[in-house]
Design a protein around this ligand. Structure first.
Ligand SMILES: [Zn+2]
Length: 132
C-alpha cells in the first residue's frame, strides 16, 4: 500500500497524523465557506489540541500577509514602470489591499495547515492511520 506524501497532505489540507482526513470543510475559493473540522474524520485526531490553539495561526497568517504585501508592492512597482511619485500612492494601496482580500481564504487555510504540519511538535505522522 502506498503512503500519502507530506506534500500532498500539505497542499490538500489533510490531517497531519493520518494524511487522509480533511482539516477543512468547504473548498478554498468555493461558494461554501470553509471551516475547520473539530476532529479528523479518518483517525479522530482533535485538530484544536488545546483551547485557543489556532490563535497561533494568526502569527503564521501575519507573516504570510506581510510577505504577500511586499511581493504585490514590488510587482506594482515593476509593472508600473518604477513609478514612486506621491500620485501613485492610491495605485499601491489599491493593489496591495486587493491582494490581501483575494488571498485571505488562502491565508486562513494555509496558516492553519502550516501550524498543524510544521509548527506543532506534539503532532506526529502515524503510518498506522494512513490506510484507506
Ligand atoms: Zn487524521
Amino acid at each position: 500500500m502506498q503512503k500519502t506524501t507530506k506534500l500532498y497532505a500539505l497542499v490538500k489540507g489533510k490531517c497531519p497524523q493520518c494524511r487522509r482526513g480533511d482539516i477543512f470543510t468547504g473548498s478554498l475559493y468555493g461558494l461554501d465557506i470553509q471551516h475547520t473540522n473539530s476532529v479528523c474524520s479518518h483517525c479522530s485526531m482533535r485538530f484544536e489540541i488545546e483551547p485557543g490553539y489556532f490563535y497561533a495561526a494568526m502569527y503564521v497568517s501575519y507573516a504570510m500577509n506581510v510577505s504577500e504585501m511586499i511581493t504585490v508592492g514590488i510587482a506594482t512597482y515593476v509593472f508600473s514602470g518604477g513609478n514612486l511619485e506621491f500620485e501613485s500612492l492610491w495605485l499601491y494601496l489599491t493593489t496591495i489591499f486587493t491582494g490581501c482580500l483575494l488571498l485571505a481564504p488562502f491565508n486562513y487555510r494555509y496558516s492553519r495547515v502550516i501550524l498543524l504540519h510544521w509548527l506543532s511538535p506534539k503532532i506526529k505522522y502515524n503510518a498506522y492511520y494512513d490506510k484507506p
